[in-house]
Design a binder for this molecule. Structure first.
Ligand SMILES: Cc1cc2nc3c(=O)[nH]c(=O)nc-3n(C[C@H](O)[C@H](O)[C@H](O)COP(=O)(O)O)c2cc1C
Length: 163
């Protein structure tokens, strides 16, 4: 089984998670930022990590997911909103539907610290988005527990697949 980890990350949170995901996978494996991602159809398992932008998977990941077909897919995200919130779940569903031709074998999401200047600016908007108050608790995430929880989810998914 050949695995590929592809991640999109502006401020490093999703990259940190992606490196933990990579560690949890058996050889042979590759890891690439989404900007340099190879053709996913050459892999048996593709793990894609994205961050949330305006309630959706970030735009680069959206484009990449459209190319993921006919393979196993594990998705994870980082976001300012609370883990497991409706906001985060909705973005995950969007990611799944973009990769409609792939077989999703697992998902994981956790908070990722939001750039403090951005947080301040967004809070000052006349109509701040619903997730912004939850973003205060994202400070320090992803932490060691988030990284371990992602690895555990990946191992569980591999074992369900008999891999
Ligand atoms: C421009 C911008 C828009 C964002 N929009 C959302 C959002 O809609 N929902 C959310 O929960 N977090 C949002 N965030 C927070 C990021 O998704 C979060 O901090 C994430 O962990 C960043 O990942 P990265 O460090 O890999 O870039 C936004 C951050 C930025 C910079």
């Amino acid at each position: 089984m050949k695995s590929l980890v592809v991640y999109s990350s502006q401020s490093g949170n999703t990259e940190k998670m992606a490196r933990a995901a990579y560690e949890a996978l058996p050889d042979p494996k590759e890891i690439h930022p989404v900007e340099n991602a190879p053709d996913p159809s050459n892999f048996d398992l593709v793990v894609v990590g994205f961050w949330l932008k305006a309630g959706n998977p970030d735009p680069k990941t959206q484009e990449f997911l459209k190319k993921v077909t006919g393979t196993r897919l594990f998705l994870f995200s980082t976001h300012g909103a609370a883990a497991g919130s409706a906001h985060a779940n909705k973005a995950m569903e969007t990611a799944k539907s973009l990769a409609g031709g792939a077989r999703v074998i697992g998902t994981f999401d956790c908070q990722g610290e939001v750039n403090s200047e951005l947080l301040k600016k967004v809070k000052e908007r006349p109509n701040p988005p619903e997730w912004i108050d939850e973003a205060d608790t994202a400070v320090g995430h992803p932490d060691e527990n988030d990284l371990k929880a992602l690895q555990e989810k990946i191992r569980e998914a591999l074992s369900r697949e008999g891999l």
